[in-house]
Design a protein around this ligand. Sequence first.
Ligand SMILES: *Cc1c(COP(=O)(O)O)cnc(C)c1O
Length: 472
Amino acid sequence: MNHTETKAGEQGLLRLLPSVRLCLQFLAGSPDTGAIPPARLAHASRLFLDGLREQVQAGRTDILSREQVLSELQVFVRTYHRPSLRRVINGTGVIIHTNMGRSPLAPAIAEELARLAAGYANLELDLETGRRGLRYSHVAGILQEITGAEAALVVNNNAAAVLLALDTLARNREVVVSRGQLVEIGGSFRIPDVMAKSGARLVEVGTTNRTHAADYEAAIGPDTALLLKVHTSNYRILGFTSEVPLPDLVALGHKHGIPVLEDLGSGCLVDLSRLGLQPEPSVQEALAAGLDLACFSGDKLLGGPQAGILVGRVALIEQIRRNPLTRALRIDKLTLAALEAVLRLYLDEQSALAEIPTLRMLAEPEASVRKRAQHFLDAAPAALSAACQLELCAMQAQAGGGSLPAQHLPSWGLALRPKSMSAQELELRLRRTPVPVIGRMEHDALYLDMRTIAQEEEPLLAHSLQHALALP
Ligand SMILES: *Cc1c(COP(=O)(O)O)cnc(C)c1O
């Protein structure tokens, strides 16, 4: 085709595009889209028509009729009107997946939250005195009970907790940190940068692989406000290494009258070695070693909502609570409710392990994951197995979220090889289903790890697979 013919074809196709008015009429009359407010239908129609015009100008030629255009419009509008933040199925095998909201909440907690959210709450109301209360009081007691801390405070996330602690205790003064612990966590949290924002001066000691007590001691001076230890959450330094054990660091700090803060990262409250996992320093152990202040995330190994938790000496926690920055970083009502509910599960370790999804996924025996994967295969509808080869596969899951970086979690799942499309196409379609499924592409297959797919999600998974493969 020469240029003139192309132009003529383009004009013909553009004539098939309906007016916004016609689009609106069509959508408003259709049961699928009829309930959507007309202003939004008009807006979405304009976006759709603009997009289609661009596609035609870029060479799209497979538009055959106005009916086809209207049917594409309907799909577009339905997708456009879906909420942006939605439930997804995590088939990646990465348990604390930052891109997918880290820790899922236990279903019972989600129900409690829904009840609380629909009404008022005694968030800052002391029901005994009838006077104004503190939002922090709802979890301080239980945190003290579980961790053995003198006092506790919760804020928006752990990055905020670190910032607050440094800003309160070390602004314009020095904080001594080992070079081996100057971490960067995903999502651009870097200890040196947070330190700079807090106005504290970083004093690096030791080398990347080895730091000794004498290095800290030599750095301590009249301006030293804090000794900071940072949990190297997302990597391990192996080989010729040494770190100053926490009790020694605490002893050093106390000898000089300087508080010791540890950023624990994950906030583990149970002994993971009992689950056959690598030990992760627990909050209780760190405090028992004499640490003055610790901070950690609510949504990593703890398995709760996004939050930053500070525990430690009353005087330090009170000082932090009074910092005006705390108000700017305060925790929201729903988060607080979810956190309290998760912490209540920790009052009995067996309940915590059984009901907190993050811990349950970490602890599920390999044989049990395998059994669930096999059962899913056996129960798959015939149409699904006919459209897609499903194969049981051994896999490696991960804790993720900067937790247990060197832990291998043997797992099982499915390799999917669709018959009428590429695995890449299936991967894309699964991301676009009403309940999206996220897996891992490797070579010619899409892999779904069953460790991160809850038993309750299996029917949803089957449904999404059928949807993506366009099965009835
Ligand atoms: C994850 C992590 C943070 C950041 O915590 P958020 O809750 O994501 O803000 C800070 N420090 C360490 C050591 C971490 O592992």
